[in-house]
Design a protein around this ligand. Sequence first.
Ligand SMILES: Cc1cc2nc3c(=O)[nH]c(=O)nc-3n(C[C@H](O)[C@H](O)[C@H](O)COP(=O)(O)OP(=O)(O)OC[C@H]3O[C@@H](n4cnc5c(N)ncnc54)[C@H](O)[C@@H]3O)c2cc1C
Length: 470
Amino acid sequence: MKTEDARYTRLLGSLGPSVVLESHMPADRYLSDWTGDHRGQALAILRPGSVEEVCKTVSLCADMELPIVPQGGNTGLVSGAVTTSSEFAVVSLERLNRIRRVSRDDFSITVDSGCVLQAVKDAAEDSGCIYPMALGAQGTCQIGGTIATNAGGVNVLRYGMTRDLVLGLEVVLPNGVIWDGLSNLRKDNRGYDLKQLFLGSEGTLGVVTGACLKLFPKPDRVETAYLGLQSFEDAMELFSRARYACSDLLTGFEVIGSECIGMARYAYPDLPVPISENTPVHVLFEVSSGALTNLREMLESFLAEEMASGSVVEAVLAENKAQALSFWKVREGLVEGHARKGFHVRSDVSVALSDVPRLIGALRGMLTRRFPGWMPQAYGHAGDGNVHFNALPPDGLDEDRCRAIGQQIEHAIFEVVEDLGGSFSAEHGIGRTKQDRFRTSMSGPHRHLIEALKHTLDPAGLMNPGCMVG
Ligand SMILES: Cc1cc2nc3c(=O)[nH]c(=O)nc-3n(C[C@H](O)[C@H](O)[C@H](O)COP(=O)(O)OP(=O)(O)OC[C@H]3O[C@@H](n4cnc5c(N)ncnc54)[C@H](O)[C@@H]3O)c2cc1C
């Protein structure tokens, strides 16, 4: 923070110490993100506690031509919320955290954008409903962050991405004016659907301050199975049959290559893994429904057929919620294990469902051939065609060398994905780490539309410069 700067003094004078973080308060957590890959700097850290304070903060920054970086829980994986310049101000939404209204009858919840996702899920459950967005960072990430990144997670298969879960938004525009689109209507075809502009906009078009979100009835029954299969081909064929057999009751279908299990154990040494660790592909399979469906019977009969045909070689059904949670812990643990390992190549790519096995085969082949010693890690939301293909560096390689080779690996991953007509960013967005790829991958007309949109909403270019488009 530049407390001696005249702009800092003006911010403090106008907004007061409840909004402007003062020099004696710890600032570290606002300046680096979950990945720890980048350490930022900022002229000031601003923490408005009401929508009016957000308006005042954004107008004042606009007046001072001070660029701002909106910040939620700082769990984004592409450094979108980390400042790169001491000439920017961080606008943290952490104090804007009220649940405004829960309506069981409308199946909706209206919240401040700084609410932590878990708090929104808890409030929904208290009313007998669910807000189905679920991801590893849910105890820290904020609703505004999930909106600005159009987050996905493990329930997209059944409920869609954040884009599908938002009924209305309230946004403070770059000039400090509020756009009130906080509708709870499910059908509204009065012209352009403006809220969608802000979903996935990564803080480049405005500051989201409030959201009305869709709720769903809380399933009375949830059944979770942990399966072992011989290949990703078998896994995707199983997925296809499961969708036809179980219809929309299928809520989760996560695949984990057996090479990742060691990483889950690295994070949680005592973690029970329900099947043989060396079975090539582990699948987390979840179905859910209301009370009238005999879900257990349906799942048992589906899996009995699959085991008889040899497609599923091992299957364990959770006997209770605690056991189901311990199954999911394997999935969470491997992400945690990667993080604890330190620098590694992370990717978040998608292809058509039928191309998932080909994608994983091609990526593993590429890594072994071109980057010997790097360890492939393939897992992901395969039911959405979304694969995380990570690569762990060989032991003993120094960090600078790791990062240099890591960039080459990332480039090679993107080439494989694009050859299959896929996306190099399925969930995490562009941020500051995928900007170059974004720029070069756009067609002329696509780039023109994106730039026109950015210029129309943020003509002075003050919203999150250096992120995605700037
Ligand atoms: C362990 C772990 C697991 C994860 N799993 C998944 C997953 O399964 N699926 C998935 O999609 N993502 C996943 N993520 C990443 C995901 O993007 C974030 O968890 C979440 O969506 C970001 O929310 P946040 O509040 O932390 O945002 P931040 O990291 O603070 O910000 C992210 C971006 O949003 C912008 N932003 C934040 N708040 C606002 C606001 N109020 N108004 C305007 N712009 C704003 C920021 O400027 C930045 O560009 C995971 C992350 C971790 C650490």
